[in-house]
Ligand binder design. Sequence first.
Ligand code: MTE
Length: 320
Amino acid sequence: MLIKIRRPWELKESSVTPEPHFRQRRKLLQAAAAAGVGAAMPAIARVAPPKQGRRLSNVRDSEWGRELEPTDFDDITSYNNFLELGAGKRAPARNADKLRTRPWSIRVNGACEKPGQIDIEDILRKIPQEERIYRFRCVEAWGMIVPWDGFSLGTLLKRFEPTSKARYVAFETLYDPEHLPGQRRNILDWPYREGLRMDEAMHPLTMLVTGVYGMELPAQNGAPLRLIVPWKYGFKSIKSIVGIYFVEKEPATTWAALQPEEYGFYANVNPEVDHPRWSQKYERRIGEGLFARKHKTLKFNGYAEEVAHLYKGMDLRKFY
Ligand code: MTE
């Protein structure tokens, strides 16, 4: 992401930040410490793997990422950011049973001809097989290689017939403070929200994910349906989606609303531009240990050939 012009450590933040913003920033730092958003990741201690769920049918490998060695299932499912299920990387796996994933439906409305509601079982059953589940090794921004199973978001969006006013797509996570322990804490403006520009949303690499390693998605990874945008930082990939809205204006997104100087709407992986508090040139891979050689971060997470054209003519330091 982008470097700020004024570095935050040059001035005491309380002396330069208006009070409400200052309080919000403290909230951000709490949340960011919990989430480790974008930071270099330490090696992790293993915790017991979650109970494996239903095996998905019709999984086939896609062409994408065949050359990449995937991260262990245990690491993918025990080192998570899912603030609704608690702060700290191991809390989501521990609290996974708090997320009730059935019945589950997703509202789709806004600027479209056929607004409606779709049940997760219908999504799993009705997405035509040829468009459906495929295994997709995705380099996640915080250093995991995950064989996600899913289908292109565009496949679903088209069914609702977006109109020409649909310039962006907004997403919303379940709001259920009674069951989700994190939502009883005031660390974010719940529910978690994300958004994409329409062309980003319709790009075939943008996926709705229902599984990992051929298994139904565990709760801590965002069951029953989450987004994966492989060329963006991990926080864009919103979990446990209940709402998808076609909108005309750029929608507010959780991290950009909380700290706009550090987290932008686009959030494209960009090693050329430092985050205000850390370099983004190298990344650690989860599971390889603290002393392993770091990997060079690739622009657009290695998908430049596929997606760079979406940002042609845009100043990526400004639109970070
Ligand atoms: N979605 C929701 N609803 N709540 C969250 O806290 N965290 C985000 C993203 N999606 C988050 C979320 C962040 S910061 C990251 S890095 C990824 O989920 C982590 O996904 P993973 O746990 O499957 O690796």
